[in-house]
Design a binder for this molecule. Structure first.
Ligand SMILES: O=c1ccn([C@@H]2O[C@H](COP(=O)(O)O)[C@@H](O)[C@H]2O)c(=O)[nH]1
Length: 277
């Protein structure tokens, strides 16, 4: 029998027979896309997120705000991000949170990025780019009970520019997976693999059979849930499947939260079916 998972804040995934979900909802808030009536609110971004969270928390196990959508609105955007993570941690502490920030820099700078997302904001995890190497990632890994989600094979077309190119006969994304396993505190690593790259998951699982994968690209980018699960699922599920636009912009009218809940539930029902196979 497959395990049904949720995150329990002791940095382990444990079975949850109730949710039957491994859905992550992306909170990528664009003021040009949210319902017009929300623009009258004092903080439209937070008002939107709160409504989406209230309507969908029962069918998902994680939320992933992409920080670009908050940074674009300056200090107000950052405040909305802070209110959103506080709302999640206060009201749904069992739900896993991901700051999709794609950081990584020289060591002392990475430490400050890690403090920003793990200590100040209180996220469970942050996405990090691997290409500055070990000393740029280990400062994130040093944080106990937090996860660093390393970009391995991304969902976009540009992934083929570098990530799949061979260096010394081995594709770069495979080198990222192999090498990162040797880093200090590598047990705190998870990896991003795009849903649009499902056919690579068999090879990826040979290198990292047990790691959790964050898989964006289902929905608006056309990735297929069943394909991802066929090649990427392991005995503890091992997948967090993200959809952002496909859920949160299901409607731009007053019924936006109900419409988002409907879309999220459709994905969750597909997941429930896959888990029962
Ligand atoms: O390889 C990657 C890494 C990150 N993303 C991010 O995930 C979401 C996807 O949003 P959709 O609206 O469901 O397409 C977004 O925040 C991306 O920046 C990704 O798509 N691919």
């Amino acid at each position: 029998m497959r395990l049904f998972l949720y995150y329990d804040h002791t940095a382990t995934y444990i079975p949850n027979p109730k949710k039957k979900s491994f859905l992550c909802i992306g909170l990528d808030v664009d003021l040009n896309k949210i319902p017009k009536h929300l623009l009258k609110e004092e903080d439209p971004i937070f008002a939107f997120n709160r409504a989406i969270i209230d309507a969908t928390h029962h069918v998902c196990v994680a939320y992933k705000p992409n920080t670009a959508f908050y940074e674009a609105y300056g200090i107000k955007g950052w405040q909305a991000l802070e209110k959103t993570i506080n709302y999640l941690n206060d009201n749904h502490p069992e739900i896993y949170t991901i700051a999709d920030a794609k950081r990584g820099d020289i060591g002392n700078t990475s430490t400050m990025y890690a403090k920003a997302f793990f200590e100040d904001l209180g996220f469970d995890s942050v996405t990090v780019a691997p290409y500055m190497g070990k000393d740029s990632v280990e400062p994130f890994l040093a944080f106990k009970d937090k996860h660093t989600i390393l970009l391995a094979l991304t969902s976009n077309q540009g992934a083929f520019d570098f990530q799949t190119k061979s260096v010394d006969g081995v594709e770069l994304y495979k080198q990222v997976l192999e090498t990162s396993k040797t880093w200090r505190n590598s047990e705190n690593l998870m990896y991003v693999v795009g849903a649009t790259k499902a056919e690579f998951l068999g090879d990826i699982r040979k290198i990292i059979p047990d790691s959790f994968l964050l898989v964006p690209g289902v929905g608006a980018q056309g990735g297929n849930l069943q394909e991802v699960c066929k090649y990427g699922m392991n005995s503890s599920v091992g997948l967090l499947i993200n959809s952002s636009r496909g859920i949160i912009y299901a409607s731009q009218e007053e019924d936006f939260a109900e419409a988002a809940a409907q879309k999220a539930q459709e994905l969750q029902l597909d997941m429930s079916e896959i888990l029962s196979l």
